[in-house]
Design a protein around this ligand. Structure first.
Ligand code: IPM
Ligand code: MN
Length: 372
């Protein structure tokens, strides 16, 4: 299969982790005889520095003409600390999502057996957790009318949703639940917000078309608590843009590191794959950031094109790396010399030699060849 992939490494650690995903995709292409063509373009703070525009037209055009987009990270402290900045890196990502119609953001959250001790949460609480978060991505308060009064003392952000926007992501969530544990939890704030009451009404109606799937509801404040009290109660979580943003960062604690969480943002025409973590400026250029979220995002990209064997091989490689503690410092307690690129090398190497059981532990951790 031939896939044209637009690569948008973005800011901070974005380029370092994205490079590992590309390395892994190249290994897959070689092993399975695919052609993956990569074309890179700037987005975010780096694009502002270069062209005073967080999403230059050429970048958007490249994304529109590609089959898929691999996205790194976005954000820079110089903007975070300046609320008056009119041009901001995040605008690039938001515009990209809107322009490409990427209305559904799918964020899988899994507790890996070998990482149960790495989470600050107790083993017995997180063991077996397997959640798929369906976050609405192109509506709600992120995109509603914004206002700042002349005197700068009053501000507002409008949260708006239409039946159509709710239905299209709800269908995806219910279809996903059919192939999982047949449960959808709608997370909202229907005791306060009119938009949430619309979500409940629309989703309740739509659920009638999926009699095999159970629908339940949780207010977002309670959901935040339930996520760390009993995450095993969740299967598919369906929620609006802002609640999904918050809940998914919280859920990443279950996995042991936010550096593990991948995501797919899909619409009717386009699809983009990105780690859920940010640009982690403190780690930029140090080769210490965890590339697994980016690598697993590449696996989600392959799944999108029904390349399931390929995606599964990447996941196996990731699991092997976690098992052998070939992991970056956010997860690694036993070794301090495992870099971002070494994790990428190991997983790419595993893809080329999946059946090679002669892994030499000493060599791996000495940074020499991974396979004898
Ligand atoms: C995410 C990020 C973005 C969001 C930011 C960078 C705009 O936090 O993808 O979760 O809030 O959606
Ligand atoms: Mn976020």
């Amino acid at each position: 299969m031939k896939i044209n992939i637009a690569v948008l490494p973005g800011d901070g650690i974005g380029p370092e982790v994205t490079n590992q995903a590309i390395k892994v995709l190249k290994a897959i292409a070689l092993e399975f005889d695919h052609t993956f063509l990569f074309k890179e373009a700037p987005v975010g703070a780096i694009a502002i520095d270069q062209q005073n525009n967080p999403l230059p037209d050429q970048t958007l055009d490249l994304c529109k003409s590609s089959d898929a987009i691999l996205f790194g990270a976005i954000g820079d402290p110089k903007y975070d600390n300046d609320p008056t900045a009119k041009v901001r890196p995040e605008q690039g990502l938001l515009k990209l999502r809107k322009e490409l119609g990427l209305y559904a953001n799918i964020r899988p959250v899994k507790a890996y057996d070998m990482l149960l001790e790495k989470s600050p949460l107790k083993r017995e609480i997180i063991e077996g957790t397997d959640i798929s978060i369906y976050r609405e991505l192109t509506g709600g308060i992120y995109f509603g009318k914004k206002h700042l009064s002349e005197d700068g003392n009053t501000a507002s952000d409008l949260c708006e949703y239409s039946k159509y926007e709710i239905e299209r992501i709800a269908h995806l969530a219910f279809k996903a639940a059919r192939n999982r544990k047949q449960k959808v939890t709608l997370v909202d704030k229907a005791n306060v917000l009119e938009t949430s009451r619309l979500w409940r009404k629309v989703v309740t109606n739509l659920a009638k078309g999926y009699p095999d799937v159970t629908l339940d509801f949780l207010f977002v404040d309670n959901a935040a608590m339930q996520m760390i009290l009993n995450p095993n109660q969740f299967d598919v979580i369906l929620t609006e843009n802002l609640f999904g943003d918050v809940i998914s960062d919280e859920a990443s604690v279950i996995g042991g590191s936010i550096g593990l969480l991948a995501s797919a943002s899909v619409g009717n025409k386009h699809a983009m794959f990105e780690p859920i973590h940010g640009s982690y400026p403190q780690a930029t250029g140090k080769d210490i950031a965890n590339p697994v979220a980016s690598i697993l995002s590449a696996a989600m990209l392959l799944e999108h094109f029904d390349l399931h064997d390929e995606a599964n091989l990447i996941k196996k490689g990731v699991e092997k790396s976690l098992k052998l503690e070939i992991t970056t410092p956010d997860l690694n307690t036993s070794y301090d010399n495992i870099t971002t690129s070494k994790v990428g090398d190991f997983i790419a190497d595993f893809i080329s030699n999946p059946n090679d059981s002669n892994i030499n532990f000493n060599n791996i951790h000495l940074g020499q060849s991974t396979i004898i």
